[in-house]
Design a protein around this ligand. Structure first.
Ligand code: NAG
Length: 266
């Protein structure tokens, strides 16, 4: 049990850093891979989710890591009633560690603290961020962001049972750009139950694509790709720059969305 949870937490931390862009600065420090001089090849395969906007064309082949959270993180959102019965605040961390039977110095404790702190960040500028612990609160807060417009939702789907986490994939259909004026991306967080960190943007800082990929092992993945067009506020040590070259503001950074993440758009 303890070992499984440790794996879950470390794994979810990796996912987190992949998805958060500028907000992931503190979290980067936790997962910075060793031996960066060797660049791409020495990186943990789970970080190979980044690519360039110019890679988005029919026939392009590239190695991608598709996290499939199903076996490793909780897969069900709590009901609002259940969620509301457990405190969700960094000030209650000592109580929560006791509640979930994690020691103060465990990786789980560190991950929970990181998640709670991330969830307590205030929205700034054009960005709107929030965490949700139940489906009801996700729908409520998303509705609030979109106002009177009804949003659509996109997810990444792995359409085969023999999923390989890391392999070469080829774009088997022309990437389809989704034109959206408002986008909210919700990422699963490292926590003992399912928590989503959602961040929304207005305007065209991000481009969203629906992509269809064929794996070397013949599997098919229908995925969501997000391209961050403005990386000027990103940390220069962001792992995406190590993989793609360049630095803050020099070029857009795209990444695939892991399974179980949600992208709301209107
Ligand atoms: C992807 O294909 C390239 C070129 O054929 C090969 O060198 C590389 O090992 C492959 N990567 C994976 C993860 O299979």
């Amino acid at each position: 049990m303890a070992l499984t949870s440790t794996i879950i937490f470390i794994y979810a931390l990796l996912l987190l850093q992949v998805s958060l862009g500028s907000k992931a600065l503190e979290i980067n420090a936790l997962v910075k891979p060793k031996g960066d001089q060797d660049g791409y090849q020495s990186l943990d395969p789970s970080l190979k989710v980044f690519f360039k906007v110019t890679d988005l064309y029919l026939g392009k082949t590239m190695p991608i890591y598709f996290a499939s959270d199903r076996d490793s993180v909780p897969t069900r959102l709590l009901s609002r009633e259940e969620a509301d019965s457990i405190p969700f605040s960094s000030s209650k961390l000592p109580y929560l560690l006791e509640y979930f039977s994690f020691s103060n110095t465990s990786p789980q404790a560190k991950a929970m603290e990181t998640t709670l702190k991330q969830c307590e960040l205030k929205s700034e500028g054009n960005e709107f961020n929030f965490c949700v612990t139940s489906l009801e609160s996700m729908l409520e807060k998303t509705r609030h962001f979109f106002g009177t417009v009804k949003p659509n939702v996109l997810t990444t789907k792995i359409l085969s049972s023999n999923h390989a986490l890391f392999q070469n994939y080829t774009f088997v259909e022309k990437p389809l750009e989704i034109l959206a004026s408002k986008v909210v991306a919700c990422h699963t967080m490292a926590y003992p139950y399912m928590v989503y960190y959602c961040h929304g943007h207005k305007g065209h800082l991000n481009r969203v694509f629906k992509i269809v990929l064929g794996g070397d092992n013949t599997e098919r993945v229908e995925a969501v790709a997000v391209c961050h067009m403005d990386t000027s506020t990103w940390d220069r040590d962001h792992v995406a720059f190590r993989i793609l070259g360049g630095g803050p503001g020099t070029s857009p950074v795209c990444h695939v969305l892991p399974v179980d993440n949600l992208l709301w758009f209107a």
